[in-house]
Design a protein around this ligand. Structure first.
Ligand SMILES: Nc1nc2c(ncn2[C@@H]2O[C@H](COP(=O)(O)OP(=O)(O)OP(=O)(O)O)[C@@H](O)[C@H]2O)c(=O)[nH]1
Length: 194
């Protein structure tokens, strides 16, 4: 089965749960006292998608403002961007809109955008109505999903939705065992775990 490498970056305010989503997806773990990301961290996970295997090369970026200028390194050449907000923090939804604008202006033209409203286990202190977020996502033709990294809700589904939006390769070579690289940057060897 052909393995296709897909660079994916996670963007969004500090503390919204980007690293926790990646940690849940890759290692099926959740840490209450996870440290803020410095710069970015890198993890991979391979999942089946139709007749292909999608190897996600996941760049989990730091949400702190001082790291903002590094973001283009991670979204350039990405097949998909997951923009995360915290459903209990209205500010984080405003930040998400800024990320959408930046991606539109400077990101790859064909990038798949997914919006993830994380911490949906904290619905009793919700500040961002799901309807509003969903309508916003529809208005920019983005994937929308609410997740809980803590309770393992919709994290696999988020990446499945991304896989489904990536058009399958059509050339005859896709039938072979060759590895196809969609990401325009080589996969680094260094990894940082949650
Ligand atoms: N209740 C709840 N807490 C969560 C969830 N996801 C993450 N958290 C908590 O939110 C805090 C921040 O999580 P991180 O994963 O470090 O957030 P981040 O977006 O990667 O933050 P930066 O690395 O600073 O950009 C941690 O205390 C997590 O335990 C969730 O789904 N539910």
């Amino acid at each position: 089965m052909a393995i296709r490498e897909l660079k994916v970056c996670l963007l969004g305010d500090t503390g919204v749960g980007k690293s926790s989503i990646v940690c849940r997806f890759v290692q099926d773990r959740f840490e209450h006292n996870i440290s803020p990301t410095i710069g970015a961290s890198f993890l991979t996970k391979t999942v089946p998608s139709g007749n292909e295997l999608h190897k996600f090369l996941i760049w989990d970026t730091a949400g702190q403002e001082r790291f903002h200028s590094l973001a283009p390194m991670y979204y350039r050449g990405s097949a998909a961007a997951v923009i995360v907000y915290d459903i209990t923090k209205l500010d984080s939804f405003q930040t998400l809109k800024k990320w959408v604008k930046e991606l539109k202006e400077h990101g790859p033209e064909d990038i798949v955008v997914a919006i993830a409203g994380n911490k949906n286990d904290l619905g009793d202190i919700r500040e961002v109505p799901m309807k509003e977020a969903k309508e916003f996502a529809e208005s920019i033709a983005a994937i929308f999903i609410e997740t809980s990294a803590r309770n393992a809700v919709n994290v696999e589904e988020l990446f499945q939705k991304i896989s489904k939006q990536i058009p399958p390769l059509e050339s005859p070579e896709t039938e072979s065992d060759e590895s196809f690289k969609l990401s325009r940057q080589p996969a680094p060897s260094a990894r940082r775990c949650c």
